[in-house]
Design a protein around this ligand. Sequence first.
Ligand SMILES: Cc1ncc(C[n+]2csc(CCOP(=O)(O)OP(=O)(O)O)c2C)c(N)n1
Ligand code: SF4
Ligand SMILES: [Mg+2]
Length: 299
Amino acid sequence: MKGQELLKRGLYGVKVEELMEPGHFACAGCGAALAMRIASQVLPNYTRIVIPASCWSIIMGQYPCLSVKLPNVHTPFALAPGFATGMSASIKIKRKKATVLVWAGDGATYDIGFGAVSAAAERNSDMIYVCYDNEAYMNTGAQRSSSTPFGAYTPTTIKGKDEHKKDIISIIADHRASYVASASIAYPEDLKAKILKALSLSGFRFILIFCPCPTGWGFDQSKTVLVARLAVETGIFPLVEVENGALKISYEPSWVDLKEYLSLQGRFSNFTKSEEEELRNFVNSRWDYLRRRAEDAHL
Ligand SMILES: Cc1ncc(C[n+]2csc(CCOP(=O)(O)OP(=O)(O)O)c2C)c(N)n1
Ligand code: SF4
Ligand SMILES: [Mg+2]
C-alpha cells in the first residue's frame, strides 16, 4: 500500500477524513485544537456538536467560516448537557440518524456546568460528552478550575493551587454511565479507539482528553505533544476506561520522574521540594486506587 493511502487509513481500517480545516482560531500549539482534529478523523458526518462557552467557542469560528465541517451549536456555559439531551430526544422522535457530541472545557465540566453533566449522566441521556481538559479557564485568562493540578500557578492561585485535581473520571463512572474513558492527544490511536467505542454504544458516554495549553501553562508551542506524553508517562494523567462500572487501565506508564514533566512548564516554576513530594504522593495514591478498582472489576 502506498504511504499516502496508508495515511488515509486510520485505526482499524477506518478511513481518515480530515473534518478539521487549517486556519482555525486557536493559538499555535493548542492541544485542544489537536484533540478535535484527531477525534474528528473518526466522527461520522452525522455528528452534531454542542459547544458551551470556552476557547472552542472561538476556535470553531463563525458560520460560514467554520473550522470543523460538522454542524454545531454554541450554548451558555452550564447548558450544554441539557441542550444535548433535548437534541438527542428530538432526533429520536423524528427518527433521524445523528450523534450528539458535547465538546466542553474543564471549567464547564468540572465546575460551572457540573450539575447539568451529573444530571445527564444520571439520566443516561444519549450523547457523547467530551471534556477537553486544559486544566483551567483558558478563554478568560487561565484562572484555576477544579481540574487544575496541585501547586500550579494561575492568576487566581498566585502562590500555587492548594487543592488537588478533582477525580472527574471516578465521579462520572459512579453515575453508572454507559462508558467513561480518559485519553490524551499524545496517544492518538488510543483516543480514536475510545471515540469509536463510544460511538458503538448508546446512553451517556464520557471521554476526558488531556490537552496541554502552551499559552496558559507556559511552555513552548512546539512541546505540546511532549508535555502530553510526559503527563501519561509520569503517571500524572492515567489512561483508563470504565464500562458498566468495571475499570480497565489502558496503558501502563514507564514512570518517568515527575520532575521532567514539571520542569517544562512555567506554571510549576516556583514548585518547592515539598510540593513536588505532595504531588508525587497524590499520583501514587491515585494509582493505588485505580489498580484496586481494576482488580475488583476482575472478581
Ligand atoms: C456563567 C458564565 N460565567 C462565566 C463566563 C465567562 N467564560 C467564558 S469562557 C470561560 C472559560 C471556560 O473555561 P473552560 O470550560 O475550561 O474552557 P477553556 O476556555 O479552557 O477552553 C469563562 C469563564 C460565561 N460565559 N458564563
Ligand atoms: S488559550 Fe490554550 S486552549 Fe485556548 S486556544 Fe490558546 S492554546 Fe488553545
Ligand atoms: Mg479549560
